[in-house]
Ligand binder design. Structure first.
Ligand code: ACM
Length: 265
């Protein structure tokens, strides 16, 4: 299958500009799966909670999602996108999996970064994996990268690819996710934004890694890009890293326990 990572600079308070940028980048392509950045409908660096609220949409009533559905239909594709989600009076930093019929999957960011803690509720949908005609897809969002347990959990649940909409500001993640791909023997697809909003500059370099931790595509630091590659997602079904080493079955849970230990133990 063909996958594309879409790297661009979402604009705060400008849904229409964001939709136009996405449509223009996708126009010449024909992928089966597109991964877009975090908070792609809204921009990131809100001045306060009201500003975040004003930029949010409910899934049922979203111009953004309607437009992505139309794009998914036109391309016969699935789209994973970061989404500033309103659910009654609560806000979530979410990722939606969209096909031609609507929202086929929803994930709400578990690990909130910096000021996100002032605007968003922590995710309450767990770590779901969605079985689609193109493969089993898990989703994480940006700072979730810091928590290897989240990647492991999705892989253990059968995710063949982990789509990772991001607005990265720290310079570490792009070097780390190839290792998550390797140790879980699944694909990882980080679509990161570019540009500056207020005091935050985003680091681009969107990255797709294969099951051996090889970087298949990597974006530039500061350009809008659509980065595409062919992958064989079924390779993620073999968890053998050697003929005698299965990366899940060789784990020693009898020793690790449930990892739920106090930090001072
Ligand atoms: C981040 O989680 N947006 C850094």
């Amino acid at each position: 299958m063909k996958i594309s990572l879409l790297q661009y600079a979402p604009q705060l308070n400008n849904l229409q500009a964001n939709l136009d940028a996405i449509s223009a980048l996708m126009a010449p392509s024909d992928s089966d799966l597109y991964v877009l950045p975090e908070l792609s409908n809204s921009g990131y660096n809100f001045i306060d909670r009201q500003n975040a609220f004003d930029n949010s949409e409910s899934i049922e009533d979203s111009i953004y999602i309607q437009r992505l559905m139309a794009l998914a239909k036109n391309k016969n594709a699935h789209i994973v996108s970061g989404f500033c989600e309103r659910d009654n009076d609560k806000l979530y930093n979410s990722s939606v999996l969209i096909n031609s019929e609507g929202v086929a999957g929803l994930y709400r960011k578990l690990h909130l970064f910096l000021n996100e803690k002032d605007y968003f509720e922590p995710g309450n949908k767990g770590l779901p994996v969605f079985d689609t005609p193109i493969g089993k897809i898990g989703m994480l969002i940006c700072f979730d990268w810091m928590f290897p347990e989240a990647w492991r959990t999705l892989a253990l649940k059968g995710a063949q690819i982990i789509a990772h909409p991001s607005n990265l500001v720290l310079p570490y993640c792009q070097g780390v996710t190839p290792s998550y791909a390797l140790v879980n023997r699944c694909y990882t697809a980080t679509a990161n934004r570019i540009g500056t909003e207020g005091d935050l500059t985003f680091t681009g370099q969107s990255v797709l890694s294969d099951i051996n931790g090889k970087v298949v595509i990597k974006g530039s630091k500061d350009e809008s890009q659509l980065l595409s590659a062919e992958i064989d997602i079924s390779l993620a079904d073999s968890k053998y890293v050697t003929a005698r080493n299965h990366v899940f079955e060789d784990r020693r849970n009898d020793v690790y326990g449930d990892l739920n230990i106090g930090t001072n133990d």
